[in-house]
Design a binder for this molecule. Structure first.
Ligand code: ADP
Length: 638
């Protein structure tokens, strides 16, 4: 087959441009990325070889580096799984399809990128980082078990070429034609073996395959020629087996970047071991930033790798951590599982369940400790990962009590900071049994919501929740320290107060005074609401809409409709404020003429504005505007 030329996707071309401009101070990372890819390919080959004879090899699985000073090339050669022609087309030259939207968004956000250029690392751009140091890149690869090889070549600008090639053994070689070294521009001389060795020690020391390079041994005596000898550049020590006192933070961070493909240091490290009938060690990390696809609907990946006795078994091991902790990265090394363990076996395995339980406990403990003791770090962490963590509250009551300790939320008590449930309950007056909350989509709309008026007048704190998942977990029968969660916009509220008896009596009187008017309003709004009643929660607004106990909230309905469920419309309750001038005026109007046609219009207006005040949408905006216009005309000409 003759060479075929392909154009890069538009996003890919932009990516190359951007990488070169924003990451010039950090060019050395290309080697870490290419070594990580090679190490992955070796992992895959080793894993596949267990069941597929054709993939097996007598040769030691290793990564080899070759430098050529004259040709100015650096080659990274592995005997891993390799790629077929189609895999090269699919993997090299496209960025992760699922990330295209987020990637384009990021490109538009110049400020954010200038601030943290390494954010582009999350899009799986590893291979492209070659162009940070190379003018031209050639990749030659042969899939294990196949005879044909494929060559990919590009200068990184606009297009790449693919053709058939020859390769003696399965695996992948990447040949970088290096740019001229330029210390000022952050370009070291990557044909210098010492430079390469220093980078491997810094970034890839723990890679579990030998990284080899031929080194020149100076002549031992006069008249002797210098000799060349293979040397292994990395210690290959599994970092999680080493005592923490021997490993620097920097080493741990580089290890994290290697396994997570993140370009930013992690936020927290969790080392733990399980001893007794089951033995395992784990090294987990909490990242600083959520990957772009953490909240994609089909996101099922996990970040934990499974090893058995230091041998890599699999990536993304789903059974080691539950889905709500899918952002946690790390490794688990078991002493007891069989080396040929499969995903199916893992699912059923009792030991794996015990490991998972231990890891969940350690991770949640670390998160809660951070909430208690490292508040400044916790705030941004919660913004990134809180919505995922709250998914854990849907997994069953045995986890809730501990997970609820992690939850923080905006509050009516203090606009400047989020509050924990622990703080909320500590500040509760004795005898109160409810944690009041309001949930919706925008914090500004929530803060102005009429539903809060009565609570604010009585100084009762209400927590404000705005993540989609909040709607769901808050509907569960969840308690925290035996206090139940009660929505400020749901059912009847009976707020405590010093002169409650007197207030209740007044309410009853007002209720009977207004009962006919309320029935008239309800008749006019029959198709929109199931009841019009007197409110105990309003002080400033004339009316608000309430979801009946046991009904779906409008947000929940929206979530369920968006997921394709057909639902009948749920009617809500209109609560009116008996002390508001509008209601008093309506009362007089009704007394003067109970069949005044204006009453029906005012009922519509009351309902419409209650809906608007909570950020809802009118079913008939034009009709509503017409009623407002009529009202203005009569008011202006009165
Ligand atoms: P990422 O590694 O984050 O997926 P890259 O751009 O570095 O992104 O690589 C894209 C894909 O190309 C990899 O997921 C892998 O399938 C393939 N690939 C890259 N390097 C190699 C290699 N040395 N051997 C086999 N496949 C590779």
């Amino acid at each position: 087959m003759s060479a075929q030329t392909f154009e890069f996707q538009t996003e890919t071309s932009r990516l190359l441009e951007l990488m070169i401009h924003s990451l010039y101070s950090n060019r050395d990372v290309f080697l870490r990325e290419l070594i990580s890819n090679a190490s992955d390919a070796l992992d895959k080959r080793r894993f596949e070889s267990v069941t597929n004879k054709e993939m097996q090899t007598e040769d030691e699985l290793a990564i080899r580096l070759e430098v050529d000073k004259e040709a100015r090339t650096l080659s990274i050669i592995d005997n891993g799984i390799g790629m077929t022609h189609d895999e090269v087309v699919a993997n090299i030259g496209t960025i992760a399809k699922s990330g295209t939207k987020e990637f384009t968004e990021l490109l538009k956000n110049k400020e954010k990128l200038d601030e943290s250029p390494e954010l582009i690392g999350q899009f799986g751009v590893g291979f492209y980082s070659s162009f940070l140091v190379a003018d031209s890149v050639t990749l030659i690869t042969r899939k294990a078990g196949e005879d044909t090889a494929t060559k990919w070549q590009s200068k990184g600008t606009g297009s790449y070429e693919i053709s058939d090639a020859e390769r003696d053994f399965a695996g992948t070689s990447i040949i970088l034609s290096l740019k001229a070294s330029d210390a000022e521009d952050g370009l070291q001389d990557y044909t210098d073996p010492w430079v390469v060795e220093a980078l491997i020690r810094k970034y890839s020391d723990f890679v579990s395959y030998p990284i080899k390079m031929e080194k020149e041994i100076p002549a031992s005596g006069e008249g002797e020629e210098p000799t060349k000898e293979d040397s292994t550049l990395n210690s290959q020590k599994a970092i999680w087996t080493r005592p923490a006192s021997e490993v620097s933070d920097e080493d741990y961070n580089e290890f994290y970047k290697h396994i997570s493909r993140d370009w930013i240091d992690p936020l927290k490290r969790i080392s733990t071991s399980i001893e007794g009938t089951i033995e395992a060690k784990a090294l987990l990390f909490l990242p600083k930033k959520a990957p772009f696809d953490l909240y994609h609907r089909d996101m099922s990946k996990r970040g934990v790798q499974l090893y058995v006795k230091r041998v890599f078994i699999m990536d993304d091991c789903e059974d080691l951590l539950p889905s709500y902790l899918r952002f946690v990265k790390g490794v688990v090394d078991s002493e007891d599982l069989p080396l040929n363990v499969s995903r199916e076996v893992l699912q059923q395995n009792r030991q794996v369940r015990a490991i998972q339980k231990h890891l969940v406990k350690k991770t949640v403990d670390a998160i809660v400790n951070m909430r208690r003791n490292e508040w400044d770090e916790y705030q941004p962490f919660w913004t990134e990962f809180g919505p995922a963590i709250k998914e854990g509250l849907l997994m069953g009551p045995e986890r809730n009590e501990k997970l609820l300790e992690a939850v923080i939320a905006e509050s009516t008590k203090d606009e400047s900071k989020r509050r924990s449930l622990e703080e909320y309950v500590e500040d509760m007056p004795e005898g109160r049994e409810e944690i009041y909350y309001l949930s919706g989509t925008s914090i500004d709309a929530l803060r102005k919501s009429p539903h809060l008026e009565g609570f604010q007048a009585k100084g009762i704190e209400v927590l404000l929740f705005t993540d989609a998942v909040d709607e769901i977990w808050l509907q569960q029968p969840i308690t925290y320290k035996d206090k139940k969660f009660v929505s400020a916009s749901r059912g009847e509220v009976d707020l405590e107060s010093e002169n409650k008896e007197e207030e209740d009596k007044k309410d009853e009187e007002r209720k009977s005074e207004l009962s006919e008017l309320l029935t008239a309003l309800q008749d006019s709004l029959d198709s929109d609401v199931k009841e019009v009643r007197l409110s105990k929660r309003l002080t400033n607004s004339a009316a608000c809409l309430i979801t009946d106990t046991g009904d779906l909230s409008p947000q929940m309905e929206q979530i369920m409709r968006a997921s394709g469920q057909a639902l009948p419309d749920t009617k809500r309750i209109l609560e009116v404020n008996g002390e508001h001038p509008v209601i008093k005026a309506l009362e007089s109007l009704y007394k003067a003429n109970s069949s005044d046609p204006k009453i029906a219009n005012y009922a519509q207006l009351l309902h419409g504005q209650a809906l608007l005040a909570e950020g809802g949408q009118l079913a008939d905006p034009a009709g509503f505007a017409g009623l407002v216009a009529d009202l203005m005309v009569s008011a202006a000409s009165a």
